[in-house]
Design a protein around this ligand. Structure first.
Ligand code: GN1
Ligand code: MG
Length: 360
């Protein structure tokens, strides 16, 4: 706590700090909420950036600053009210840097958006609002002139993810491959079909746009009436297929169970959530969504549980080097749960196609 307090004091804040507590459920960075003595003054969010994963912290914070500045300007130009609750505000250090390096770790500080809430699940109504908000988020970034770098190169490239899995299987450093041959084979059977996006891109039929690339339900802040305030966790904002934001949201939101549910019977792919989100998303992206993007939204809904299975399985085989785990077999439990979700989405693909065709 003392140390966290000292770190927070490196940033440009005047308030006296009263308490610092862990916040959120992220699997990558460590996040803390900073409370201050004056109850009317803003609270803060302190984050330790995982620089093993985000290796270019300079580029990362630079991207985030460009994105938040662009969105803030758009909101102000469009006379939107309550701007400070609709886009994140990062605080620079006392020597005017975008992050603080303590000699070992990298830290950043942002304002905690007051009266905001995160949820682990949505209902059809909030799913529609979320679709609209993520669609609008992409629309707002469609005309950003600054170049954004890839904070994790090839982050949502399924071809790369499959090759990482292959490499992990070949090395088998933790001796775990024998436990998971079923999943390796099932993944392999679908590999060609799941690489469709990359194929369409190579053929020049599918564009990349600026996407959020981590649209989990809990990366969105809601107000106390269930309206979306703002999109958070901007580390992965980068050029990608729009499938990233559509598919990754449904991966968490349409799952009737948890991402790491031990009881696979809890897991299903909820079509009501899918339909509501698709309606909101298609409305929010009206200004740019191409036919090829729209007709492949069901593919996106399958791709993300598939890709996440590949990523969790790879980490399990590698001996848990990427995701934070809470117990030894956690990545295996996650793998099984994501695969179950994938199978449910796969069975419902035709239904998804019918629903998408009806939305205009
Ligand atoms: C990671 O840290 P968090 O929970 O927001 C991951 C996502 C995964 C997600 C799985 C940079 O996000 O891509 O989908 O875990 N982020 C990174 O829950 O790898
Ligand atoms: Mg997150």
């Amino acid at each position: 706590m003392e140390n966290l307090k000292e770190i927070t004091q490196q940033f440009q804040i005047d308030s006296e700090i009263s308490e610092i507590k862990p916040l959120g459920e992220g699997l990558i960075n460590d996040t803390f909420k900073v409370f201050v003595k004056n109850e009317d003054a803003p609270k803060y969010v302190l984050q330790r950036i995982n620089n093993a994963i985000f290796q270019d912290v300079e580029l990362l914070q630079d991207n985030i600053e460009k994105v938040t500045n662009h969105i803030r300007k758009k909101l102000i130009d469009n006379n939107i009210s309550d701007v400070e609750r609709k886009v994140l505000r990062f605080i620079r250090t006392k020597d005017d840097k975008k992050y603080y390096f303590d000699g070992e770790k990298y830290w950043r500080l942002m304002v905690f958006i007051r009266d905001s809430y995160t949820y682990q699940s949505v209902n059809p109504e909030s799913s529609y609002t979320a679709g609209l908000s993520f669609g609008e988020f992409q629309s707002m970034l469609a005309d950003i002139n600054d170049d954004l770098g890839e904070t994790i190169p090839n982050f949502h490239n399924i071809e790369l993810r499959l090759s990482q899995l292959k490499e992990a299987v070949e090395n088998d450093v933790a001796g775990r491959v024998k436990n998971v041959t079923y999943y390796i084979n099932e993944i392999e059977k679908r590999a060609d079909a799941m690489c469709l996006g990359e194929q369409l891109y190579r053929e020049g039929k599918l564009p990349k746009r600026i996407c959020h690339c981590d649209t989990k339900v809990n990366n969105m802040l809601f107000d106390n009436e269930g309206n979306v305030l703002c999109v958070i966790d901007l580390d992965t904002v980068m050029p990608s297929f729009i499938f990233s934001d559509f598919g990754d949201f449904l991966r968490s939101a349409a799952n009737t169970g948890a991402e790491d549910d031990k009881n696979l019977d809890n897991i299903d792919f909820n079509m009501e959530i899918f339909e509501a989100f698709a309606k909101g998303y298609i409305k929010g992206t009206k200004s740019f969504l191409l036919a090829i993007e729209k007709e492949n939204l069901p593919y996106a809904a399958k791709l993300f549980p598939y890709m996440q299975t590949v990523r969790f399985l790879t980490d399990y085989i590698n001996g848990d080097t990427y995701y934070k785990i809470q117990y030894p077999e956690h990545n295996l439990v996650r793998t099984k749960a994501q695969w179950k979700l994938f199978e449910c989405a796969e069975r419902k693909e035709n239904l998804m196609k019918e629903l998408i065709e009806k939305i205009s």
